[in-house]
Design a protein around this ligand. Structure first.
Ligand SMILES: Cc1cc2nc3c(=O)[nH]c(=O)nc-3n(C[C@H](O)[C@H](O)[C@H](O)COP(=O)(O)OP(=O)(O)OC[C@H]3O[C@@H](n4cnc5c(N)ncnc54)[C@H](O)[C@@H]3O)c2cc1C
Length: 465
């Protein structure tokens, strides 16, 4: 046991189980302080997440109180400045888990240098991922660009590598406070009251994440392959915000799925695989964080149309399945994956608006926003990503609605104006001729573009590249 203080930098890892940095700090030190760095600038574009982070901080402090560990929040404009000042103190050892965005991994290297030259003890651990980025590559050492061979390798590599771990038991520490100028979690809440709605839908805690996972495995995983496509059914795990903020480790998901002994876990684990793949992509091809993975899309003739963009954001395009998705997002901070694909396709193909605008809006509204998944997801939809849906495959929002929301339940849930519309018209209300049933253009908008015309125009635009 070393005498100095153990500092544990908490980023997206609001959990005690499978938190290697925290467990190593508590193993080595009598006095441990966890700290969270609040950089306001990051959250200017990630408004919804401020709510999740606020809740997570409050909840995580409660858990850490059981072990006499303070979770101290410090506001900073610059991580670099913060750590430069911290290094002057020289009375601590420091521990953190990796986060897998290239900027963070690059900053880890800066810190390693800094701490080594100042003889400060530090340890960096694997974060919330199954395989570290460098561990999964092709035989010739180059990165995978296609999901299926990536996941075949990654899954095999992981299953041969890791024995299931035991539950970590923490001992009580000596209560200690380290930082001056701490802020309270309330400071992180967004200015708008928009976030208050999220309380109805989510309970961000480690305990709840595990509970939700177990319920999902018990009741839903067996039908996941089919049910995951239907947005009116809760057929997916809805764990994405918990995974993003580290309330659950993906290793725990793997272990719980495997020990359950149920069939049909492979489709679900493959989705966790997509998350791994996306992290691999943004690290090996970081140019995709700033633009198209596929350079030929740099010449795509996107159109600027603020009226269309606003209609899309507000769920007022006149296409019910699109509008329902956008309203679900704004109301709950989450959107079903099938609908993410439909609304994304509509923006980039029907409206010819650059996927970057969609990515920005999702970044603002999603509680599960993460750079790897959001940027890859959007580039998948737009056709400019690594293993993407081809641009010429254009979702028909009417047929998508009729196929995946046959009875219109999802649409009626999120668009009250259409509550009384029959199944026949629920995905094409413009065909209703009786304005006693629905006053089009007043109760609900007419389609902002005609599907067939938009499709033809999109294909023409695609031909240009
Ligand atoms: C345009 C677009 C943007 C997206 N942006 C994000 C984002 O910012 N953050 C995010 O976590 N996911 C994003 N996704 C992926 C996917 O929509 C969500 O992960 C999923 O809907 C989360 O719901 P769930 O937890 O119920 O998923 P489940 O179906 O229960 O899947 C379990 C977990 O696997 C991962 N996963 C599932 N589907 C995907 C996928 N297609 N790609 C990568 N990982 C996946 C997630 O971590 C998810 O929580 C995006 C998809 C699209 C098409």
């Amino acid at each position: 046991m070393t005498k100095n203080i153990g500092l544990c930098w908490i980023k997206d890892d609001f959990r005690v189980q499978k938190n290697l940095a925290l467990s190593e700090a508590t193993k080595n030190h009598d006095q441990v302080v966890a700290f969270y760095l609040y950089k306001k600038k990051i959250f200017l574009n990630q408004e919804a997440q401020q709510w999740w982070v606020n809740k997570s901080l409050v909840n995580f402090q409660k858990i850490l109180n059981q072990f006499n560990i303070n979770l101290e929040i410090i506001e900073t404009d610059s991580y670099k400045l913060f750590f430069d000042e911290l290094t002057n103190k020289n009375n601590f050892s420091i521990y953190w888990n990796k986060t897998y965005e290239p900027n963070y991994l690059k900053f880890d290297k800066y810190l390693v240098n800094k701490f080594e030259s100042n003889k400060i003890k530090y340890k960096i651990f694997k974060g919330n991922i199954l395989n570290d980025i460098e561990e999964v590559k092709k035989g010739d050492g180059s990165p995978f660009k296609v999901f299926t061979p990536y996941w075949r390798n990654a899954e095999k590599f992981y299953s041969e590598k890791v024995p299931p771990s035991k539950k970590k038991v923490y001992k009580k520490k000596k209560k200690f406070s380290y930082f001056k100028n701490k802020i309270s979690p309330e400071k992180i809440l967004p200015k708008k009251n928009w976030f208050k709605k999220f309380e109805k839908y989510w309970l961000p805690s480690e305990e709840n994440a595990l509970k939700e996972l177990k319920i999902f495995i018990k009741n839903k995983i067996e039908n996941y392959s089919d049910a995951r496509n239907f947005p009116h059914i809760i057929g997916t795990s809805k764990l994405s915000p918990f995974i993003k903020h580290g309330q659950i480790h993906v290793e725990t998901i793997w272990e719980e799925c495997s020990k359950n002994g149920k069939k049909n876990i492979s489709k679900y684990l493959a989705e966790i695989g997509w998350r791994e793949f996306n992290h691999s992509l943004i690290n090996f091809f970081p140019h995709m964080l700033k633009g198209n993975y596929s350079k030929k899309f740099d010449k795509f003739p996107w159109e600027k149309n603020s009226k269309f963009l606003l209609a899309w954001k507000k769920g007022l395009t006149g296409y019910p399945i699109v509008d329902a998705g956008m309203r679900e997002l704004y109301e709950t901070g989450w959107m079903h994956n099938r609908v993410r694909m439909i609304v994304g396709s509509f923006l980039v193909k029907h409206l010819l608006i650059n996927w970057i605008e969609g990515e920005k809006h999702f970044r603002k509204c999603l509680l599960d926003f993460n750079e790897a998944n959001n940027i890859s997801g959007w580039q998948w939809v737009a056709g400019c990503g690594a293993d993407a849906a081809p641009y010429f495959r254009i979702f028909n929002p009417i047929l998508q609605g009729e196929k995946f929301d046959k009875e219109g339940e999802y649409v009626r849930k999120w668009i009250p104006e259409l509550k009384k519309i029959s199944n026949k018209f629920i995905h094409k209300p413009w065909e209703i001729k009786d304005d006693k049933i629905l006053k089009l253009g007043k109760d609900y908008p007419l389609p902002i573009v005609n599907h067939e015309e938009a499709r033809t125009k999109a294909l023409k635009a695609f031909k240009k590249i």
